[in-house]
Design a protein around this ligand. Structure first.
Ligand SMILES: NC(=O)c1ccc[n+]([C@@H]2O[C@H](COP(=O)([O-])OP(=O)(O)OC[C@H]3O[C@@H](n4cnc5c(N)ncnc54)[C@H](OP(=O)(O)O)[C@@H]3O)[C@@H](O)[C@H]2O)c1
Length: 347
């Protein structure tokens, strides 16, 4: 265990290294990505440069740096709704071959073992474990201190890993404080490099931060052009918590991929709507994890580091915000009941 812990600490130190990064007005020092639209840089350190990775076409990956110094690729790959295990394994293998290193799964996606199989084959093919960034999440039915330990062990086994990069509370329901105590202990023991939350609205975040010793590294929330989360991001920045977008494309709702405003912006740069959305989020220092089962789209979604939206594009997209969820509100009693009952008997 001690040698595992030493390895973990070595890896963490490799991924970290920018704690003392220069702060730039208006930009949180914890974010390592450049903000070209505003003409500002967050002050790259040599630590970041040594971690910059390229895909097969030589495009550079950017990273965000958490409040504990751990770095996460700003672009990753999500596997929600890919429940067929063979298909999920194939998708993750394809994504890794395209250049993705960060994979986002969850207990409630029922595909952790497929992600594990893909990781195993990637490592066999020469990808280093420490270059991968694996996230999974704890579901509501295990949301208490005792069950969280057990769930974590099972999840780690399914993923075939001996440590996790990021472990999230999936929904803000159940005994989240008990679960967080367990997660904090696992984090301090070196079994998880960073812990965070998902679907926590600003009121929950403030309560959580003021009543816990370990502050979440990240909050994964619904974020796309129709729900932009500017206010939420402000609060998250206050606590140095990174913002992560789920459903960056709103899963295509509202005819997202044919949106005329986004198409027009894309035409300026010879980019697709999907690329414009991802680039817009990345320029806001928001971590993205788009999902697709098609390799050509994985490549398209990865190809977002060679252009910069200008300030007028950013303002145009900002005007699209309706500040309304296209999925469900975590403050709606019916949605809360539905979520708590989801997966009953399965998880
Ligand atoms: N924490 C949470 O509560 C939560 C909730 C939802 C999602 N998530 C995470 O966030 C990830 C992303 O969200 P999501 O999967 O819900 O939705 P999403 O990424 O917004 O959209 C996925 C949809 O967009 C399509 N698509 C992807 N790239 C495309 C492209 N370049 N052009 C056209 N269509 C494209 C995909 O179709 P094809 O597959 O057919 O290409 C799929 O139907 C999930 O996989 C999961 O990891 C977390």
């Amino acid at each position: 265990m001690e040698s595992k812990r030493r390895n973990f600490m070595k890896n963490t130190a490799r991924f970290a290294g920018v704690m003392g990064m220069a702060s730039v007005a208006g930009l949180s020092p914890l974010f390592a990505s450049e903000n070209k639209a505003s003409g500002k840089s967050s002050g790259k350190s040599s630590g970041q440069d040594s971690l910059t990775k390229s895909n097969s076409k030589g495009e550079k990956m950017k990273f965000v740096t958490f409040n504990n110094g751990v770095k996460m690729p700003i672009l990753g790959f999500g596997v929600y709704q890919i429940e067929d295990l063979k298909e999920c394994q194939r998708c993750v293998e394809d994504a890794i071959s395209v250049g993705y290193r960060s994979i986002d799964t969850a207990q409630a996606y029922f595909n952790e073992e497929a992600v594990g199989a893909a990781i195993k084959s990637a490592i066999k093919g020469g990808v280093k474990r420490e270059d991968l960034f694996i996230t999974t999440k704890l579901w509501i039915s295990h949301m208490n201190e005792k069950d969280a330990f057990k769930a974590f062990d099972t999840q780690l086994k399914k993923l075939g890993l001996d440590y996790l990069d990021l472990y999230l509370i999936h929904q803000p329901f159940g005994d989240v404080y008990g679960a967080w105590r367990a997660m904090s202990k696992l984090y301090k023991e070196g079994k998880i490099r960073a812990i965070g939350v998902s679907n926590f609205y600003p009121d929950r975040i403030v309560d959580f931060c003021l009543n816990n010793e370990v502050i979440p590294a990240i909050n994964q929330i619904e974020t796309h052009p129709f729900l932009q989360q500017h206010e939420a991001q402000k609060i998250l920045n206050e606590y140095k918590i990174a913002t992560q977008s789920w459903a960056s494309f709103a899963e295509g709702r509202n005819d997202m991929f044919k949106n005329p405003t986004l198409s027009k912006i894309g035409a300026k740069y010879n980019k697709t709507v999907a690329q414009v959305i991802l680039r817009w989020l990345i320029q806001r220092d928001i971590v993205v994890i788009p999902k697709t089962t098609r390799k050509a789209r994985m490549e398209e979604n990865f190809d977002v580091f060679d252009f910069t939206l200008d300030s007028s594009d950013m303002a145009t997209i900002r005007a699209m915000d309706t500040n309304k969820s296209l999925f469900l509100s975590h403050q709606d009693p019916e949605a809360v009941k539905w979520l708590i009952n989801a997966h009953k008997g399965k998880l």
